[in-house]
Design a protein around this ligand. Structure first.
Ligand code: TYD
Ligand code: MG
Length: 453
């Protein structure tokens, strides 16, 4: 017998309440709690569709058969690398990103390039719209089927008929299942649909890629639990003002996290960027102040990025601190270190820091470049554009070692840089590079060599 009850669920964090309340006690957000009817009878699942065997027995670990090629390799090398070597069979991948960033384009492109049979399910666009996009991307020799459907049961039915080797769902928020009684895109619907697709993926050994929307705050819409359920979470990011897009792993059960792929959105789809450092560093001939080049490593890939800073006299009472692509709290910390350890005064100065190219960097290894860009603007003295930096800065002003220094030095050398400033504690492991390594142990010691006229 069907038993249903009414509960109140926070749409931001998924907390459940018996009564409505204005503010969620768990995540403290206002007006996020909505009424939902939940069905307490056992959930109707993919297993009930009588397509898969219901028997699951424990087996000895030695007896588990491993398939020869457990991954689907796509033509897109960046996509493969970000996933740790291709799409793992039976895995569930979630790709999040802001509207219009190119999620549908990326996955349609991947689907069109695959030899295997792909079912591309769209709940957002009509078949004609998808065809127009496919024509724009211009790849025709393929095995890709399009289904415009939002009802999960119907999708499962079509999967059974077609037997695809990869299923793409665009997007998970548009799906609904009869198993629960709430509207599309509510937490319960998103979670139940994902759970059923996950069960399908694992049992049938077919990978499923979900496209997910991102909320205003930049989180994946839907409960946090969604991120725990899937095997891999990828984020597709970019700045509307630039044509390049960054595909980043946030979580990966089958490969390294924090891997990064860079694409460029062209009129005919997304193209791989071979030399990302070239597009991330603005080509300039003149030597202006306020620039420093940082060498970061995202995943296994080294990347040269440009940090820009502007230090100017604060006209209004409270000096402003503003960061684009860098953590604002970290900037405050670096400024405090410069005040305390070196004796600068930023109390009456506005400080702006910007990572060019719309890229966001979390790695502390760019600390030194940020400090150098700030000081370059402060003194109004430029730093040679053939010098790059990679070091973290500690609270006492010490210049700390960073991981993968060899990879960073090689990349800088490959790009023609002449000098590389790093921590003294990194020094031991590198020799034989034809780039001048300059090592420092304290922030106060780096100022004179770079800024004395
Ligand atoms: P889309 O894949 O629809 O984004 P999402 O699914 O993340 O919402 O991308 C749409 C944008 O990409 C749109 O502004 C048009 C642009 N675009 C190109 O510039 N070139 C192309 O070849 C394609 C297909 C789209
Ligand atoms: Mg889309």
């Amino acid at each position: 017998m069907k038993k249903s009850k009414t509960i109140y669920v926070c749409q931001a964090c998924g907390a459940r309440y018996l009564q409505w309340q204005g503010q969620c006690s768990s995540c403290h957000q206002w007006q996020t709690i909505v009424k939902q009817v939940v069905d307490d009878s056992p959930i109707k699942t993919w297993a009930d569709a009588d397509v898969i065997s219901k028997t699951s027995k424990p087996i000895k670990i030695q007896q588990i058969a491993i398939q020869r090629n457990p991954r689907l390799t796509t033509v897109d090398q960046e996509f493969n690398r970000v996933l740790g070597g291709g799409i793992v069979l039976g895995s569930m991948i979630l790709i999040g990103g802001e509207p219009g960033i190119g999620k549908s384009t990326l996955l349609l492109q991947v689907s069109l390039e695959l030899e295997q049979k792909v079912l591309y399910v769209s709940g957002e666009e009509s078949a004609q719209q998808i065809k127009l996009r496919a024509d724009r991307i211009g790849k025709h020799e393929n095995n890709c089927y399009v289904l415009t459907e939002t009802k999960l049961e119907q999708i499962f039915h079509q999967i059974k008929e077609l037997s695809p080797e990869l299923v793409v769902i665009d997007s998970i928020q548009t799906l609904t299942t009869q198993a629960v009684d709430s509207a599309a895109s509510t937490i319960t619907q998103v979670r139940t649909c994902t759970a059923q697709l996950l069960e399908f993926a694992k049992r049938k050994h077919i990978p499923v890629i979900l496209i997910g929307h991102i909320t205003k705050e930049g989180h994946l819409a839907g409960p946090k639990v969604l991120e725990h359920m899937v095997d891999t979470v990828l984020l597709f990011e970019g700045d509307r003002n630039y044509s390049h897009r960054i595909l980043r792993t946030q979580k990966n059960r089958f490969g390294p996290a924090f891997e990064l792929g860079i694409y460029q959105m062209n009129h005919d789809g997304l193209a791989i960027v071979d030399n990302p450092s070239d597009i991330l560093i603005s080509q300039k001939d003149d030597q202006s102040s306020g620039y420093a080049i940082a060498v970061t490593v995202e995943g296994i890939r080294p990347l040269l990025i440009e940090v820009q800073a502007l230090v100017s006299k604060a006209i209004y009472g409270t000096p402003q601190r503003s960061c684009t692509g860098f953590n604002g709290k970290r900037l405050n910390m670096l400024l405090a270190i410069l005040e305390k350890r070196v004796g600068f005064s930023f109390g009456d100065k506005d400080v702006f820091v910007n990572i060019t190219g719309g890229i966001k960097v979390e790695e502390p290894a760019i600390d030194l470049a940020v400090v150098m860009a700030v000081l370059s603007s402060y003194f109004d003295l430029s730093i040679s554009q053939w010098v790059c930096f990679a070091a973290e800065i500690g609270l006492s002003g010490e210049i700390r070692a960073v991981p993968k220094i060899e990879t960073r030095i090689k990349e800088a050398q490959k790009r023609g840089y002449k000098e590389f400033a790093l921590s003294e504690y990194n020094q031991a492991s590198n020799h034989g590079h034809n780039i001048r390594l300059r090592s420092f142990d304290k922030i106060e010691k780096i100022i004179k060599p770079f800024f004395s006229p």
